[in-house]
Design a protein around this ligand. Structure first.
Ligand code: ATP
Ligand code: MG
Length: 250
């Protein structure tokens, strides 16, 4: 019997803790939260607060690649990430990594975007069409024959974003994806995020400078591996005393 997931929640994190193999102290400590389908969550926090580590847990890099100690569970659309192969998860949740160098492996930009699609056995003609569409969307068509290694940091971020968009996942995690972009590219990607949100994509935006503030429905503040504040964007950001105390300058 197939049990359908009729719940509107698409992401659930339950008592998640993580300790890197090299460390004795946990980087994430007993984190629990839920995100509904189509909701946009902003995560802010100082350097080293655990934002990237949390993003690795959401998309399955932890525990599938990084072999520290993970406690608790992450469910994507009802499926426990521990038991779901990364290949299967990548069509549900895509991540634009903070360091795009890890994400770009092929000799040209267009090959890199096509790569993930080829792994999903999509017909060649459809792959070509999708690659062209996402390059246009992100504004990198002129770079299609370039070697990703030879691009600037911001250009690499855009290519990494295109590789994720090509798979059209239900959830996209952006880990500081606007950090190296100029104003033109930042505005383009923020309006792309708006369109994704309107079309029902769930967005998790790690963005310590809050450039994409307009898009968040709710916001979490992470400090030393714990969520120290959560709520609507307005409720968190209008608490100036809290922001000042935790050195959050927007
Ligand atoms: N590969 C690793 N091995 C051991 N410890 C690590 C590793 N990566 C991160 N850590 C630990 O986890 C902490 C949080 O790192 P993380 O990258 O998640 O923070 P962040 O909030 O994303 O920071 P930033 O704003 O600088 O991107 C680090 O301070 C470090 O102690
Ligand atoms: Mg980080």
């Amino acid at each position: 019997m197939v049990v359908e997931n009729t719940n509107t929640e698409i992401l659930k994190v339950e008592h998640l803790s993580y300790t890197y193999k090299a460390n004795t102290q946990p980087t994430l400590k007993d984190i629990s939260f839920k995100v509904g389908k189509g909701e946009s969550l902003g995560i802010i926090g100082l350097n080293g607060s655990g934002k990237t580590t949390l993003s690795y847990c959401l998309c399955g890099i932890i525990p599938h690649y990084l072999k520290g100690v993970m406690e608790g569970n992450v469910f994507i659309d009802g499926k426990n990430t521990r038991q779901t192969p990364l290949y299967e998860m990548s069509s549900k949740i895509g991540i634009v990594l903070q360091d795009p160098n890890i994400q770009l492996l092929m000799p040209t930009v267009e090959d890199d975007i096509a790569f993930a699609l080829e792994n999903h056995n999509i017909p060649r003609e459809e792959i070509k069409k999708t690659v062209y569409q996402v390059m246009e969307l992100v504004g990198i068509t002129a770079l299609k024959h370039e070697n990703p290694n030879n691009l600037s940091g911001g250009e690499k971020q855009l290519v990494a974003l295109a590789t994720v968009l090509a798979l059209n996942p239900s959830i996209i995690v952006f880990d500081e994806s606007l950090s190296m972009l100029d104003d033109l590219a930042t505005n383009r990607i923020i309006s792309l995020m708006e369109r994704l949100k309107q079309s029902g994509t769930t967005l998790i935006i790690i963005d310590h400078t809050c450039k994409a503030l307009g898009i968040y429905d709710k916001i979490f503040v992470l400090e030393k591996g714990e969520i120290i504040r959560r709520g609507t964007k307005e409720s968190v950001l209008e608490d100036k005393l809290f922001l000042e105390k935790h050195k959050i300058f927007l």
